[in-house]
Design a protein around this ligand. Sequence first.
Ligand SMILES: Cc1cc2nc3c(=O)[nH]c(=O)nc-3n(C[C@H](O)[C@H](O)[C@H](O)COP(=O)(O)OP(=O)(O)OC[C@H]3O[C@@H](n4cnc5c(N)ncnc54)[C@H](O)[C@@H]3O)c2cc1C
Length: 388
Amino acid sequence: MPANQDNTFDVIIIGAGSVGVPTAYFMAKAGLKTLVIDQLPSVGQASNKHAIGGVRATHSDPAKIHLGSRSLEVFSNWEQENGDDIEWHQGGYSFVAYDEANAQTLQHLTTWQKEHGLNITWLDKENILKIIPNIIPEGLIGGTYSPEDGSASPLLSVFAFHKHSSELGAQFRFNETVLDFIRDGDRVTGVKTDQNIYSSQWVINASGGWAKPLSAKLGLNVPVEPDSHEAGITEPAERIFHPMIVDMRARPGLANFYFYQHPTGKIIFCMTPDPPILGTHTLASSEFLPKAARRLVEVMPVLRHIRVRRVWRGIYPMTPDGSPIIGQVTGLAGFILAVGMCGQGFMFGPGIGQLLTHFVLDELDEMDKIILESLSFHREFGSMEVLK
Ligand SMILES: Cc1cc2nc3c(=O)[nH]c(=O)nc-3n(C[C@H](O)[C@H](O)[C@H](O)COP(=O)(O)OP(=O)(O)OC[C@H]3O[C@@H](n4cnc5c(N)ncnc54)[C@H](O)[C@@H]3O)c2cc1C
């Protein structure tokens, strides 16, 4: 079945998630005829809605610092510029250290991050306790504080990007699955779904945890493995701290633990399982809550009586080095990867949307080029970011 004129676009985005929807917004804003296709019934229904909403520029890799900084600018100005409350809260991030090894790593990194223009400071115990008075002081050495980082609601954000991109002319097809790609020699010229054929100048694969099987249709081995993570939320309490607190201490079964207090007063918490739990599990396990609750009370004993309201489980689309894969694939014109977001797809979504719009318009600046080179599909995947 040939694609008809109505089914011809400048850009087709596969996936209406953390990356696909803000990308559609920036593409439509630039005047590009944009189509987003998702197999699920509405925006943000896969990993996006499982994210806890942390947004930071304080990474240990220049490409991620710049993607995070660009996203921060979008999230922090969104309500003022576009009118939607996305629950943006500029509470900062604090990585706390209870042992010398982590303290040294963080202090060393803070110096490097400052050199890269980030607003971050290493605070000793006394000063970190002024910012987080209820954190357990025993053994605390100090911590980083980056006041410009923050949090926003992943669902309110994706709804806002959807609303504004639709108003700007982007089209969305839900309950429709991309099955294959249309090719003309070395060029990808469209997609075939379970319902239609669409053609376009550019096809962006923003399919999150499905990146590997979908890219395999083009003969590519894209190293993205779904890795499941859980989170929980408590009842509301009066505000007792602002930053996202990241405690890097490992405990049996978990590599680290992080939590923050939402503008409604609820505490939202998450941990990195060790060893990783590979797979697309989305049913909460019985193991998470006992481990996470113990850890929360260990770090902040004042929370020992707070009641947990809900836990959930979702997917990190993981790459071997903990960084996303963004850009073109040699020998496949017209095809762009925006996958492998790991635990950071919500915070990178708007930055990636801007970057890919520059790319499609052939308006890349120097920083765009650095990001694309660093996050290329063709890199070695040998290193591992410290703050992945
Ligand atoms: C517990 C937890 C906490 C997290 N906390 C944070 C956080 O604080 N900050 C942060 O930045 N990130 C966080 N994350 C990670 C974040 O959720 C992901 O990195 C991000 O959502 C991935 O975005 P994505 O657009 O790549 O994928 P998704 O949001 O999953 O979107 C991909 C979309 O592609 C669609 N799709 C796939 N294949 C097809 C196909 N063949 N046809 C049509 N549609 C298709 C899917 O249906 C899906 O809607 C967290 C994740 C979890 C699980």
